[in-house]
Design a binder for this molecule. Structure first.
Ligand code: ADP
Length: 302
């Protein structure tokens, strides 16, 4: 296990920014840490990287507790903080050498050359960081984060503020770096998780509300929606009388009926329709998009 977080709490004064959070990230996984703004993502990541202490709980990186030997765990972690703080007056190579020297890397010039290639900075390598586009600045941040060859990468909103082309490029880069490392990246963009991550941990108001494979997340929904078409003209108020249905919505020539009860709503509708002599043309369960599941998990709670 590369990252283990157990019963983690973080208080800022009275406010609990993280409440009893537990999750693990296995070696070689790319895990998306998803949640709305203010959910506690950055706070959790700063604790894992040893930048701030936990109030309570246990955090281990590569088996080492971060509060016992944070210098040792920091060597194992590459961290790209939110907003990627860089020295804009420094040249790309100069900055990467500076970071390499902090880690006391031998043959630092050669390592910087390797990093420039790894993140695709060849064309821009002679420029000052302040002259680079946001996408290229992210590449510099990523190069700096992996220069000491860490086992674990923690990336805090690595694609925020990028244009659609830069976004795709940085996602591809993270994916390719992630082949050899364990990656935990935070985001509030669901498509990002679908594009890059093996697994997703969702945090809402400081609490973990889901921890699933990206492909399994759809099943986490408590709301069941059924799409139905009738040959007859049926009104909304008639459909509102179908047992167990809590919401009715008209869409593209048919209806969406919703329940939160653990029943097969198709059976209920089918029976109700035949009891009322309505002819049903279509009846099927609507697959939820990950976006909808995320919304449900982060808005229906407390
Ligand atoms: P996220 O990264 O998911 O947007 P954060 O971890 O940054 O969330 O913040 C979680 C909560 O903790 C927010 O309500 C935020 O205002 C609060 N918070 C974060 N950092 C501090 C701080 N240094 N002092 C006080 N409150 C903070």
């Amino acid at each position: 296990m590369s990252i283990e977080v157990k019963n983690l709490y973080k208080y800022y004064g009275e406010q609990a920014a993280v409440k009893d959070a537990s999750f693990t990230v296995n070696s070689g996984e790319i895990v998306g840490f998803l949640g709305p703004n203010g959910a506690g993502k950055s706070t959790t990541m700063k604790i894992i990287t040893g930048f701030i202490p936990a109030s309570e709980g246990e955090v281990k990186v590569c088996g080492i507790p971060v509060d016992v030997d944070s210098l040792e765990t920091r060597k194992k972690i590459g961290y790209l903080p939110e907003h990627n703080p860089l020295y804009l007056d420094m040249y790309v190579k100069e900055y990467l050498e500076f970071v390499g020297n902090i880690y006391k890397i031998k043959n630092v010039r050669q390592r910087v050359e390797e990093m420039i290639k790894a993140v695709g900075l060849e064309v821009e390598q002679g420029k000052k960081i302040g002259m680079l586009s946001k996408g290229y600045r992210q590449r510099v941040g990523l190069a700096a984060a992996i220069i000491h060859d860490p086992e674990v990468l923690i990336l805090d909103e690595p694609t925020s503020g990028l244009d659609p082309n830069q976004l795709v490029e940085i996602r591809d880069l993270i994916k390719s770096i992630g082949k050899k490392k364990t990656v935990m990246l935070s985001t509030h963009i669901m498509q990002e998780v679908e594009a890059i991550c093996d697994r997703v941990v969702i945090i809402n108001k400081g609490e973990i509300v889901a921890d699933n494979k990206a492909s399994e997340l759809q099943k986490r929904t408590t709301v069941q929606t059924v799409y139905v078409e009738f040959e007859d003209q049926i009104s909304k108020s008639q459909l509102q009388k179908v047992p167990h249905v809590r919401k009715v919505e008209q869409v593209r020539g048919g209806w969406l009926l919703e329940t939160i009860e653990e029943i097969d709503l198709r059976r209920v509708i089918s029976k109700y329709a035949s009891d009322n002599n309505w002819l049903t043309l279509t009846l099927k369960i609507e697959e939820k998009s990950l976006e909808e599941v995320f919304k449900e998990l982060t808005t229906n709670k407390k």
